[in-house]
Ligand binder design. Structure first.
Ligand code: HEC
Length: 139
């Protein structure tokens, strides 16, 4: 019966290990999208997203109106485009001349989200919270 004991022991160990991992994860890591926005975006895009932030004057062109993203996309909020705009992946050569890269917003826990392609893509929780806040600004 020695092998059974070993097996049971391993089983308990696995359960204990899972419990430890669960205890170490912040139960509800829910960063405030609004706070992240105010901290990282409002200086340029304005508190309401209309492009009237104090730093917007540094740009020759008016900043895009973030409250019309859905309206400009057939009424559908372009979640994936907004997230790639923030993380810089989608901008390629435009990085540097327009919006600064926001790589630090990719730190921290990751969740899975379907951005419209039916694939549950691992996505930083902070990035998603920010995009959801921008979504809440839609007119
Ligand atoms: C230093 C100024 C600045 C900051 C800070 C900034 N942006 Fe931008 N953003 C721009 C500029 C300039 C553009 C237009 C040129 C471009 O696309 O790079 C832009 C474009 C965008 C667009 C595309 C809009 C469209 O109509 O296609 C989105 C979405 C956006 N920003 C969201 C954000 C979010 C969310 C944050 C905060 C995480 C942020 N921006 C921070 C300057 C900024």
């Amino acid at each position: 019966m020695r092998s059974t004991t070993v097996f049971t022991g391993a089983g308990i160990l696995a359960v204990v290990a899972a419990g430890v991992v669960a205890a170490c994860m912040p139960r509800e890591y829910a960063p405030s999208g609004q706070a992240l926005y105010n901290e990282n975006c409002a200086a340029c895009h304005g508190p309401g997203g209309t492009g009237d932030g104090p730093a917007s004057g540094a740009y020759a062109e008016p900043l895009p109106d973030l409250t019309t993203l859905a309206a400009r996309n057939d009424g559908v909020f372009p979640l994936r485009e907004v997230m790639t705009q923030i993380d810089g992946y989608g901008r390629g050569a435009r990085v540097g001349e327009g919006m600064p890269e926001m790589g630090h917003l990719l730190d921290g826990p990751v969740t899975r989200v379907d951005t419209g392609d039916g694939i549950m893509t691992p996505t930083p929780v902070k990035l998603l919270a920010l995009a959801r806040h921008v979504e809440s600004l839609q007119r």
